[in-house]
Design a protein around this ligand. Structure first.
Ligand SMILES: [Zn+2]
Ligand SMILES: [Zn+2]
Length: 363
């Protein structure tokens, strides 16, 4: 039986987060109700929490944050017959109109009429229950921990980025920025056949993760510290075939461009910190450099789930702490201020008294 009300973490204003009782909604036609097991906190959640805005989007009305979520189908609406109650699922949080030209072309991530969880005024998944269109929940295989199911969304971002960048077997790849997305891009690029991957970041801690997950070489541009797992393998005067900037830092993007071989490709993956970035266009033209951008994902969740299910991408080590829903404020603060955190999870099914590093376990 569904409880008549459930708890949700609502952001009223910057750093004013309140956990409230809300009416548990009935799923409408084509919808399912998901009992949330885990929600990953992401850069956009932190922007709203800290400043009340994220790029052009501004918090004007109290909104539930959170868009990286997994849980179990708790109820289905009229005509929603794709998933049985009890099915574990990852939720695809951006819902397009499904009718415009871009949607019909399959590029539904570019739909101008869509909504996304946790993007005000659309409520997100930092709640015990959430509604979703049945076509935007993806069944998870048995044995995949639902806490890791919450990481399928950022993994889908990485899958989309690697597809857009066109990484091919044998490619030499550069990843700038070793946050959660960069570390997932590293693993997906390796799964796509790249065997020589350099990762750069100014955090030595994050570079240690990159080494653990198969980076051929790590570079700290701040200290010029280089760790070579396979000396000589990257020593090619021509440069990298593909670079993916996952830092959002304009300097890193231009540095990545300059490190490409002639004819190489650079992909903009991280959210640029500034509206305009100066690029060495004349040099790029002479080198026939291809610049691509990647935004969210479109039809990338199934591949992300397959990569996680087969262990070709490891998600467990990405989770650095779990917090109960009532401690969402502490979770956001930890993600915002503690540089040792990689992916902070809120796990609504853990009791209100729970502390750090606890999580609901589902077989
Ligand atoms: Zn995210
Ligand atoms: Zn559309």
């Amino acid at each position: 039986m569904l409880p008549p009300t459930h708890r949700a973490a609502v952001l009223y204003a910057p750093q004013d987060l309140r956990v409230e009782e809300r009416r548990t909604p009935e799923p409408g036609p084509g919808q399912v109700l998901v009992r949330i097991a885990a929600v990953g906190l992401c850069g956009s959640d932190l922007h709203y929490y800290a400043h009340g805005e994220n790029g052009p989007n501004v918090l004007r009305t109290p909104t539930v944050l959170g868009h990286e979520a997994a849980g179990v189908i708790a109820a289905t609406g009229p005509g929603a017959d794709r998933h049985a109650v009890g099915t574990p699922v990852a939720i695809e949080p951006a819902h397009p109109c499904g009718r415009c030209a871009r949607c019909r072309r399959g590029a539904y991530n570019q739909c101008p009429h869509g909504t996304c969880y946790g993007s005000p005024p659309t409520d997100g998944a930092l709640a015990a229950y959430v509604l979703a269109p049945e076509d935007f929940v993806h069944p998870l295989p048995d044995g995949l921990d639902l806490r890791h199911g919450a990481l399928i969304e950022p993994l889908a971002v990485a899958v989309h980025a690697v597809r857009r960048a066109g990484v091919r077997p044998g490619d030499r790849v550069l990843v700038t920025g070793a946050g959660p997305i960069g570390l997932l891009v590293l693993q997906v690029a390796r799964a796509a056949g790249a065997d020589r991957i350099e990762v750069s970041d100014v955090s030595p801690q994050r570079l240690r993760y990159a080494e653990k997950w198969g980076a051929t070489r790590t570079v700290d541009p701040a200290t010029a510290q280089v760790v070579d797992a396979a000396p000589g393998m990257l020593a090619d005067p021509d440069g990298f075939d593909v670079a993916l900037d996952c830092s959002g830092n304009a300097g890193a993007l231009v540095g990545a461009l300059r490190a490409l071989r002639p004819g190489g490709t650079v992909a903009v993956v991280g959210n640029p910190a500034t509206v305009a970035t100066e690029l060495p266009l004349a040099w790029m033209q002479r080198q026939e450099i291809t610049l691509v951008t990647a935004f969210r994902y479109a039809n990338d969740f199934p591949a992300a789930i397959a990569l996680a299910a087969t262990g070709r991408v490891r998600l467990a080590e990405l989770v650095t702490s779990c917090h109960p829903l009532d401690a969402s404020d502490a979770a956001l603060r930890a993600a915002l201020t503690d540089p040792a955190q990689l992916k902070v999870l809120v796990t609504p099914e853990t009791g209100p008294a729970g502390g750090n590093s606890q999580g609901a376990h589902h077989g």
